[in-house]
Design a protein around this ligand. Structure first.
Ligand SMILES: NC(=O)c1ccc[n+]([C@@H]2O[C@H](COP(=O)([O-])OP(=O)(O)OC[C@H]3O[C@@H](n4cnc5c(N)ncnc54)[C@H](OP(=O)(O)O)[C@@H]3O)[C@@H](O)[C@H]2O)c1
Length: 275
């Protein structure tokens, strides 16, 4: 939360915290969102997850106005991600010359902007920065959460990768990993994925953020990813570090989504999503 706030401030986006007590009632939380939905000065709403167990998170996420749903976790935007990932990834950048309002923006779900989940966008942006040809590549996404694994898998498929999703019931995950050109790890298990499971030359994006005991560290722990980075870096052709990889990209994509929601609210096309 703090990092997101600071980053917003740095680029001139005003952000406001609405802090509610952990025992807040569902109705009260829904009312707060309803007020933000109606506030014309607010372009983006982010509900910090996870919510307390007595709250119905699905109902809360569904209550965010789709055009302000900056994480893209609400059912409307997840639906649009599933149906139109290809179109959304290919959204034209705004021309620096005339920024004419696009008349189709409110009429076509396929051609108007909607925010896609920030971490997934960060993963894709990192992969696209490698200038690789995604078509026909074998991609394995480890984890299928709504926040990371699921949207990453949808986006990779939209880029014409052949995608396998691995989860806690997958038998013999190594057999899939050993054939993967691209591995995205999002399981939340410290250094779980071993270097010898990877195909030599694979591109590895590590989403995991885990605490690992470390008596030499001041706090008694260090932050590690889901991949054994020190060994995997010798097998992979590219690998993202933790900390400092997907984390900052997530924040960058949040800012970009916010900007594009604000632009869309006045009929402007989104800024280029990638590159
Ligand atoms: N860098 C960032 O900005 C960022 C953002 C979000 C999350 N994260 C980090 O990414 C990690 C994953 O987050 P999340 O929210 O997706 O977690 P999550 O909701 O706990 O989901 C974990 C997923 O991994 C699967 N899984 C767990 N153990 C597994 C195993 N041993 N083998 C195969 N699959 C396994 C689970 O399978 P089932 O579905 O079968 O249970 C589930 O689909 C966490 O470390 C989190 O802190 C980082």
């Amino acid at each position: 939360g703090k990092l997101k706030k600071k980053a917003a401030e740095e680029v001139g986006i005003k952000s406001y915290d609405v802090e509610l007590p952990a025992n807040v009632a569902q109705d009260e939380l829904l009312q707060v969102i309803s007020d933000l939905n109606a506030d014309e000065d607010i372009h983006a709403i982010l509900v910090q997850l996870p919510l307390p167990s007595h709250i119905n998170s699905d109902e809360v996420l569904a209550s965010i106005k789709p055009s302000k749903d900056v994480d893209g976790f609400g059912p409307m935007n997840v639906g649009r991600l599933c149906l139109y990932a290809k179109e959304l990834l290919a959204m034209p950048s705004s021309s620096p010359m005339g920024e004419s309002p696009s008349p189709s923006s409110s009429t076509s779900l396929a051609s108007s902007f909607c925010a896609m989940p920030c971490t997934a966008l960060g993963v894709i942006a990192m992969l696209q920065s490698l200038d690789m040809d995604f078509r026909g590549k074998s991609a394995v996404v480890v984890g299928r959460s709504r926040i990371v694994g699921m949207p990453v898998a949808i986006l990779l498929q939209a880029l014409d990768c052949t995608v396998t999703t691995i989860h806690s019931h997958t038998a013999n995950p190594q057999s899939y990993l050993s054939r993967a050109d691209i591995v995205v790890a999002a399981i939340g298990r410290p250094e779980f994925i071993q270097a010898e499971w990877l195909k030599p030359g694979a591109v590895v994006i590590d989403v995991g953020i885990n605490h690992k005991e470390d008596s030499t560290a001041k706090k008694g722990f260090k932050i590690v990813g889901d991949v054994d980075f020190e060994k995997a870096k010798h097998v992979s052709s590219s690998i993202s570090p933790v900390p400092g990889g997907v984390g900052p990209m997530t924040v960058a994509m949040l800012l970009k989504n916010t900007l594009n929601l604000a632009r869309a609210s006045i009929g402007l096309k989104p800024m280029e999503t990638f590159r």
